[in-house]
Write a protein that binds this ligand. Structure first.
Ligand code: ZN
Length: 146
């Protein structure tokens, strides 16, 4: 399967049936993200166990790419330590901007590489990661890609 097919398939699948959709109540960390350019809006809630993300949910509304990316992210980060997530975040950012350093540990997230061909959608795909980053760093101010 080439990247385009993989991209289409994974985005469609995760948009149709998003994983970890909803909210954690109570949550240990939470952040709100917005991408005004497209109208995407995301809430990320986390439950921490020491340095590890024990559980994650995302909630919100947006385009297929923003929702699918958040769904993929939620699967990828569950059970991971902060430093692992930070590395993943860097790898995904490189992938989305067309500077991927090999597939590394991206797994299914590699399908997001298809976004690099559509620069206008990079902010849609990266919104959930910026929001996650804010939640992990306990930023109180809403996150905006603008
Ligand atoms: Zn979008």
């Amino acid at each position: 399967m080439d990247l385009k097919e993989l991209y289409r398939e994974v985005i469609l699948d995760h948009n149709r049936s998003p994983r970890n959709f909803g909210r954690l109540e109570p949550a240990d960390a939470t952040a709100v993200g917005r991408n005004p350019l497209c109208g995407d809006r995301l809430d990320v809630t986390l439950r921490m166990e020491g340095d590890r993300v024990a559980d994650v949910r995302f909630d919100g509304q947006g385009c297929a790419i923003s929702m699918a990316s958040a769904s993929l992210m939620s699967e990828a980060i569950k059970g991971r330590r902060r430093d692992e997530i930070e590395r993943l975040y860097q790898d995904v950012h490189a992938l989305l901007t067309g500077h991927a350093r090999g597939d590394g540990e991206l797994g299914k997230l590699a399908a997001l590489g298809g976004v690099a061909e559509f620069p206008a959608r990079v902010k849609c795909a990266s919104l959930c990661w910026h929001t996650l980053h804010a939640a992990l760093n306990e930023t109180r101010a809403p996150v905006s890609t603008e």
